[in-house]
Design a protein around this ligand. Sequence first.
Ligand code: ADP
Ligand code: MG
Length: 404
Amino acid sequence: MSLIIQKFGGTSVATPEARKSVRHKIEEAVKRGDTVVVTVSAMGRNGAPYATDTLLGLADNDSDPIMKSNMDLLMSCGEIISAVTLAEELKKDGYETTVLTGGQAGIITNDNFGDARIIDFRPENMKKYISEGKLVIVTGFQGMTEDGRVTTLGRGGSDTSASALGVALDADMVEIYTDVEGIMTADPRVVPNADILDFVTYDEACNLASQGAKVIHPRAVELAKTKGIPLRVASTFSDARGTIIKESDENMREQLITGIASLSGIVQLCVKNEERDQERLSSLLTDIADAGISLDFINIHPSEAVFTVKDEDCEKAVEIIEKNGFKYSLTKDCCKVSEVGANIQGVPGVMAKIMTALTKEGIEVLQTSDSYTTIWCLIHERDKDKAVRTLHDFFKGENNESGF
Ligand code: ADP
Ligand code: MG
C-alpha cells in the first residue's frame, strides 16, 4: 500500500464533467489500495467566476491597493470553493471526506504574503484524519503563518502544496494532474508536435519550470527533491503514464536537449564605462543589488556592462544608473529562450548549432549565456514563438544523434 498525493489543477476542477475525471483518478488509486491525499487549485483560469485572478479583481483599486494579508485571504477562497465542491461530490461516491485549509493541514509559512515560503510542516491533524480512514482534501496554494494568518504560495503554488504534503507525510509519490499529458519538449501551445518526456531529472524539471515551462512550479520540484519523492506529471483526462521526475538513473534517455522553454518581460541594459573605471562600475552594481533588483545575462567588459532586468525592475534600475552618472542604452521587449539538457555538459558545438538554426530563420540573438545544463538566448519578444519552434524542430531533426 502506497501513500499518494494527487494534485488537480484549475482546468481539472473547473466543471462537473472535469471533476468526474478527477473522481475517477482518485477512485483508481483507492481501488489499488493506496492511501490518497488530494489537493486542488481554484476552479478554471482567468475569467472563470472563482479563479484566483477573478477573486483578486473584486478588490482591485489602484488608488488604494488592497492590504497584502487581505489579498491572500481573498485569493485563498478559490481553493476552498473547489475543495468543498469536490468533497461533496466524492461524498456521493461513498467517501468520507475531510476538507482542510493549508494551515489546518499544517503548512506553516513566513509572512511574505502573496509569495510565502514554507518554513515548517505540522501534519499531525492530517495524520489523525487519515488514520480514521477519511479522504483528506487540502486546499492548494496556501499556508498559515505561525500566528495563524492565511498566506498564499505564489502563482502555481498548488504544485508546491502537493510536494509539501508529500514531504510532510513521507509519500511514495506526488502526482500533479493537469490538462496536458506530461512535461513536454516544449509548450504544446507553441509547438503542437512537442513530445512527452517519460523521465526527467529533478534538476531538468526545475530548470525548465524556472525558465517558463509553467506545467509545474520549480519550488514543487525542489521540495520533492529534498526527500527524493518522485513526482508524476500527467493528464486528468487520459490514462497516459505522464512524466516521472526523479534523480537521474541509467534508464533515462541520452538526449542532448531535454526541452525548450521561454520567459517574457525582460529588458536588456548596456551601461557604458568608457573611463574603464571598474571601481565606479562595482559601486553601481552594488547599488542595484541593494535595491533588491536581480540581474541576469551579466557580461562585464572593461568599457561596458551588459545585463538584463525584469520589466517591473527597469524603471528603478535606470534611475540608479542615471544617479551614478553612467550613459546607457536599453532594449525593451526581450525574452529568454532556454534549451535545457543534463547532457549538454562538455559537448562541443551546441551553441554553434543553436546560433546556426536561429540565424537561418533571421532571428537576432541579443545575448547568450550557458551553464552545464542550460543554454540561454536573449532575443526579441516578437521572435519568441518562432525561435522556440525553430530550435525544437532543429534538435528533433538531429534526433538519433543528439536531439530529443
Ligand atoms: P494547472 O492549472 O493544471 O496547474 P497550468 O496551466 O499551470 O495547469 O500548466 C499546464 C500548462 O502548462 C499546459 O496547458 C501547457 O500549455 C503549459 N506548458 C508550458 N510548457 C510546457 C511543457 N514543457 N510541457 C507541458 N506543458 C507546458
Ligand atoms: Mg499550474
